[in-house]
Design a protein around this ligand. Sequence first.
Ligand code: HEM
Length: 90
Amino acid sequence: LPPELITVTPSMLKAHNGRKGRDAWTSYQGKVYNISPYLPFHPGGKGELLRGAGKDSGKLFMEVHPWVNWDGMLGECLVGILVSENDKTN
Ligand code: HEM
């Protein structure tokens, strides 16, 4: 794993729900992204994007716009990879 990326457990993901001054994270295809910087730019609005905050957005994303290039747009917002609760390495 590149040093700038971290392993993220489901409980860490859940904690980053965009509330209490915390950034909003979401997972997609096993990777975790910070979606907060993108909120003001999302063409579907903040509220729609925040539906995925603190959890996996894969299903919602594919329901709405499977043609959108997620990694191309949010590559810089990659936080790390999702691991199971017991596999946290840092
Ligand atoms: C547009 C919802 C995640 C990029 C939209 C629209 C909705 C929506 C409802 C349509 C807006 C309209 O036509 O008025 C959601 C939901 C998401 C999500 C529920 C996840 C919880 C994302 C993410 C990205 C993204 C992560 C970027 C990687 C876009 C783009 C459009 C769009 C580019 C315009 C698409 C087009 O018109 O072809 N979104 N979005 N969205 N969203 Fe999302």
